[in-house]
Design a protein around this ligand. Structure first.
Ligand SMILES: *Cc1c(COP(=O)(O)O)cnc(C)c1O
Length: 218
């Protein structure tokens, strides 16, 4: 199947209101342009330099989402254009994003990443730390960022019950904080589990291989 057929197929499974981030990491511009040609305008990347070079080459009405772990010293490269940073997990990073956003006269939207997976390798905050960040005066004083929601990554497993419980671990704090902090984005679900994530309240899915095919990292 072609990229545009895959895209159409994925989109047909999304209820209204669920946003699709087409995860295009490692894929060449030519393939992203095929998705663009079929109407896709939101792309997700996990490496800042790769995202920057695609941004330079591609049409300017694309919204670029940084979905990977962010190193503080690289924030400056994406600050001029990034539309949403998914995986924010520290005050230090929020402050750097704020600083670089200010230099660019922008307000950059961010999600706090919550650790929901059992795997050690996955980043993220626990619910209590996220709560204290949201509540802190220091964070609320950062005028050039806006925390609009939460993000999480489930364990790489086929165990539906485990995934379900991990998604609920993210949904709970989201529901708790939503009103008070005016959150509207719950980013959870990838190719293998986005249907389950949506059943558990996801408002934004990050889908790569189901659209672009498997990735080759060599
Ligand atoms: C790569 C990646 C995805 C997409 O994964 P697929 O299984 O290809 O859909 C989603 N979220 C994050 C954070 C990723 O790094």
């Amino acid at each position: 199947m072609s990229i545009s057929e895959n895209l159409k197929n994925v989109k047909s499974q999304l209820p209204p209101g669920v946003v699709l981030v087409a995860v295009s990491k490692t894929k060449p511009v030519r393939e992203l342009m095929e998705a663009y040609g079929s109407g896709q305008r939101i792309f997700g990347e996990n490496k800042i330099q790769e995202m920057e070079s695609k941004w330079r080459e591609m049409p300017k009405d694309i919204q670029w989402h940084m979905i990977g772990h962010v190193q503080t010293n690289k924030v400056k490269y994406m600050a001029p254009f990034v539309s949403l940073i998914h995986a924010v997990d520290s005050l230090k990073l929020l402050k750097e994003i704020n600083k670089q956003a200010k230099k660019n006269d922008r307000v950059i939207k961010c999600l706090l990443q919550i650790k929901i997976a059992a795997e050690e390798s996955k980043f993220g905050l626990d619910g209590a730390t996220a709560a204290s960040l949201l509540a802190s005066e220091e964070v609320q004083g950062l005028q050039n960022i806006k925390i609009v929601g939460l993000m999480g990554m489930g364990t790489f497993t086929n165990d539906v019950e485990q995934l379900q419980s991990e998604f609920q671990t993210l949904k709970k704090p989201y529901d708790q904080f939503k009103q008070t902090y005016n959150l509207s984005v719950l980013s959870m679900g990838m190719s293998a589990d986005y249907d389950l994530a949506i059943k558990n309240g996801s408002t934004m899915v990050r889908v790569g291989s189901s659209i672009f095919g498997t990735r080759n990292y060599s």
